[in-house]
Design a protein around this ligand. Structure first.
Ligand SMILES: NC(=O)c1ccc[n+]([C@@H]2O[C@H](COP(=O)([O-])OP(=O)(O)OC[C@H]3O[C@@H](n4cnc5c(N)ncnc54)[C@H](OP(=O)(O)O)[C@@H]3O)[C@@H](O)[C@H]2O)c1
Length: 243
C-alpha cells in the first residue's frame, strides 16, 4: 500500500501481539492511517526486537497475555476505539499432544483473547469501538501435528461469532481475519525449508505466500466504518488455499 486509504485520525488502537509479523504490519497500518497506536509483545523493550524502527511512533509495552493481572493493569492505562487480538503461538514436533503444552497454546491463542476482549469491553462500549480477532485457516481443516493450534483457532472463529452477536447492540462490533500462509517467525518451520515452502506455495492458487500488509488491509477494513454492518464474521485471506 502507498499511503493510507482509510483515516483513523483521533482514534486509539491496540494491537495485542503487534510486536512482530502480522500484528506488526497491522499496527503500522493503523499508525500510518493516523491512529494513536499501541502494541503489546512478550519482550522487555522494543529494542529487543529485530528492526525496532519499524515500530517508530508506536507505544510498546511488554504484556504476556497469560498474565491476567498485567493485562488488567495495562488496560486501565488506555481508552481504546479499536482492539486487535493478534497474539498467537504454536508448538511443533507433536509437543501439542502433551496436555500441559496443549493448555499453554490454548491459553495464549484462545483464552487470552476472551480475557482481553472482556477487559476492554467497557471502554469499547463507551467509544462504540471495534474488535478484530486473528484466527487462521487452520480453523477450517485438520492440522495433523497441531491439535492445540487447531482447536484454539476453531475456538477463535466461534468466539468472534458469539461476541459479535452478544455485543452488537452494545455498540461494539466484533469480526476477525483468518490468514493463510504468511512468512513470519511462526511459519519459519515451513519457510526455512525449500521443499516445505514449495509444497506450501503449490497449495495456494495465487502461487505465493501472503504478505503481512495484506492481512493488515483486511483488519483496517473490518475496524473501519466501511464494515459498519458486519458483525461476527471471519474473513479468510489465504490466496485461495482453502478453496
Ligand atoms: N503466519 C501465518 O502464516 C499465520 C497463518 C494463520 C494465522 N496466523 C496467526 O497470526 C497471528 C500472528 O502470528 P504471526 O504469524 O505474525 O507470528 P509472530 O510473528 O510470531 O507473531 C505472534 C505475536 O503474538 C505474540 N505473542 C505470542 N505469545 C504471546 C504471549 N504469551 N503474550 C503476548 N503476546 C504473545 C508475539 O509476541 P513476540 O513477538 O514477543 O513473540 C507476536 O507479537 C497469530 O495469532 C497466528 O496464529 C499466522
Amino acid at each position: 500500500m502507498t499511503g493510507p486509504v482509510l483515516s483513523f485520525e483521533g482514534k486509539t488502537a491496540l494491537v495485542v501481539g503487534g510486536s512482530s509479523g502480522i500484528g506488526r504490519a497491522i499496527a503500522r497500518g493503523f499508525r500510518d492511517a493516523g491512529a494513536a497506536t499501541h502494541v503489546w509483545g512478550t519482550r522487555a523493550r522494543v529494542e529487543d526486537y529485530e528492526k525496532p524502527d519499524e515500530l517508530d511512533g508506536i507505544d510498546y509495552v511488554q504484556v504476556d497475555v497469560t498474565d491476567a493481572g498485567k493485562v488488567r493493569a495495562e488496560a486501565a492505562r488506555l481508552r481504546l476505539d479499536i482492539l486487535i487480538l493478534c497474539q498467537g503461538t504454536v508448538r511443533y514436533d507433536r509437543q501439542e499432544f502433551d496436555v500441559e503444552t496443549f493448555r499453554h497454546v490454548v491459553d495464549v491463542n484462545l483464552n487470552s483473547m476472551m480475557a482481553c476482549a472482556q477487559t476492554f469491553y467497557p471502554q469499547l462500549a463507551k467509544s462504540a469501538g471495534a474488535i478484530v480477532t486473528v484466527s487462521s485457516t487452520a480453523a477450517y481443516h485438520a492440522t495433523r501435528g497441531n491439535p492445540a493450534y487447531n482447536a484454539s483457532k476453531c475456538g477463535v472463529v466461534g468466539l468472534t461469532r458469539t461476541l459479535g452477536q452478544a455485543w452488537a447492540n452494545k455498540g461494539v462490533r466484533v469480526n476477525g481475519i483468518a490468514p493463510g500462509y504468511v512468512a513470519t517467525k511462526l511459519t519459519e518451520v515451513t519457510t526455512a525449508h525449500p521443499d516445505r515452502l514449495a509444497a506450501a506455495v503449490a497449495s495456494i492458487p495465487l502461487g505465493r505466500m501472503g504478505e503481512p500488509e495484506e492481512m493488515a488491509g483486511a483488519a483496517l477494513f473490518l475496524a473501519s466504518p466501511l464494515a459498519s454492518f458486519m458483525v461476527g464474521q471471519t474473513l479468510i485471506i489465504d490466496g485461495g488455499m482453502t478453496l
